[in-house]
Design a protein around this ligand. Structure first.
Ligand SMILES: NC(=O)c1ccc[n+]([C@@H]2O[C@H](COP(=O)([O-])OP(=O)(O)OC[C@H]3O[C@@H](n4cnc5c(N)ncnc54)[C@H](OP(=O)(O)O)[C@@H]3O)[C@@H](O)[C@H]2O)c1
Length: 373
């Protein structure tokens, strides 16, 4: 992967120091990681910008860690551009990233209870303002939660985006703590970020989870709570029993009809995160792409409905309830997501490469690392 990077060479070059609070420099400029244009190899560059100021209801956060997810790699290559442009989020250069862990620097009008110095984690919506791949960002104070004590920012930042999507998926499938016990749940893409969180939560709720993954990840899925593991590289999905109460597809849209076919009659629900909505619109434009997606959705919905199951497509969006639940699980030490690589933003290409090559473990950027190296 080639990158058009502008290296930061040290703290002195980074920013003038206005004052010191809590022993830390208050910067007058921020650094953002820009994705320059839709391309493969991905084109990334760091750029200095004016320090953002928190508006009413916002906090300014010094980002200590932020994650690179599959959607960031796809968007960097142009995926989703046509639909996201309608939200003001498709225009390059783009700042990607949907979550972060860090420290509050200042708060806007009407914000409580946050104070400068609070350690937090949070979510950034996909929108006009740009994402979390930066040294500093302003964010709606409602999308911030207290960082869990004893968990490093690099570990925390792996969670908010992935957990929120997973939480929306569980909700979409109609699975909750109250009804999960003894339910048979099929999870495709079980060894990925969404899948790993699904395994841990569903196992904790007493569900019986069948994980679909490739050979190398069988042990990982077992260790995270799968009751059975199906090696997708050796066994056909059609041979899975037709007895599942719910299905979560985090693996591949191509397998959608087959997986729905594995639900039992009277099943609860089925959810996919790997639907073709954005891809259809990229290929066909807004109207034709939306129409194509409606046909795709209707076809799968009728298969699910024939089993008595509800059918949903998940689209990530910030969710305060999900953030509350994330804090709840993390505070109990009940969730893990291994980090495969963590690098400063001036080495962001390594993190994007890690995700693009489907390597195990999450990819984390350490924006302030760029300033202190
Ligand atoms: N709709 C949304 O808003 C939304 C939000 C978040 C994520 N997503 C999408 O959901 C998917 C999962 O996200 P993630 O963060 O968990 O990704 P991830 O960490 O990259 O994991 C995906 C897993 O899927 C499996 N896989 C890869 N290629 C596959 C294929 N052709 N067929 C079946 N399984 C395959 C891989 O495991 P094995 O090789 O072990 O099977 C991989 O670990 C990604 O495609 C992501 O873009 C969508």
């Amino acid at each position: 992967m080639r990158t058009g990077r502008k290296r930061l060479s040290g703290r002195s070059q980074a920013c003038p120091v206005d004052e010191r609070r809590r022993g830390r420099a208050i910067m007058s400029t921020a650094t953002k990681l820009l994705c320059l244009r839709p391309a493969d190899p991905i084109r990334l560059e760091t750029r200095r910008t004016a320090m953002p100021r928190p508006g009413k209801g916002e906090v300014l956060v010094r980002v200590e860690a932020t994650s690179v997810n599959p959607i960031d790699v796809k968007r960097a290559r142009g995926y989703g551009q046509r639909l996201l442009s309608h939200k003001g989020a498709g225009k390059f250069p783009l700042v990607l990233g949907n979550d972060f862990a860090g420290e509050i620097v200042s708060v806007g009008a009407g914000v409580s209870p946050w104070r400068p110095g609070d350690r937090v984690m949070g979510l950034v919506p996909t929108g006009r303002k740009g994402g979390a791949h930066a040294t500093h960002l302003t964010v709606d104070a409602r999308l911030v939660r207290t960082a869990v004590d004893g968990v490093a920012s690099a570990a925390l930042a792996a969670f908010p985006y992935t957990f929120t999507t997973l939480w929306l998926a569980l909700r979409g499938a109609g699975i909750n703590e109250g009804n999960a016990k003894a339910q048979k749940v099929l999870v495709h893409g079980a060894s990925g970020g969404l899948g790993q969180l699904a395994l841990q939560i569903l196992a904790a709720w007493g569900a019986s989870v069948t994980a679909i993954c490739s050979t190398a990840n069988i042990e990982l899925c077992r260790n995270l709570g799968a009751t059975a593991v199906w090696d997708r590289t050796r066994c056909r999905l059609q041979e899975l029993p037709e007895h599942f109460d719910a299905g979560l597809n985090f693996g591949a849209w191509e397998d959608e009809a087959t997986l729905i076919g594995r639900l039992r009659h009277g099943a609860l629900g089925y959810v996919t995160a790997v639907h073709p909505l954005l891809g259809n619109i990229d290929r066909g434009g807004l109207l034709a792409g939306a129409w194509r997606s409606r046909l795709d959705w209707r076809r799968m919905q009728s298969l699910a409905n024939a089993k008595g199951a509800r059918y949903r497509w998940i689209i990530f969006q910030p969710d305060e309830g999900a953030l509350d639940m994330l804090h709840h699980f993390l505070a109990r030490g009940a969730l893990t997501l291994s980090v495969g690589v963590s690098v400063s933003i001036d080495n962001a290409d390594l993190a994007f490469e890690h995700v693009a090559n489907h390597k195990q473990g999450r990819a984390i950027l350490l924006p302030m690392g760029a300033l202190s190296s």
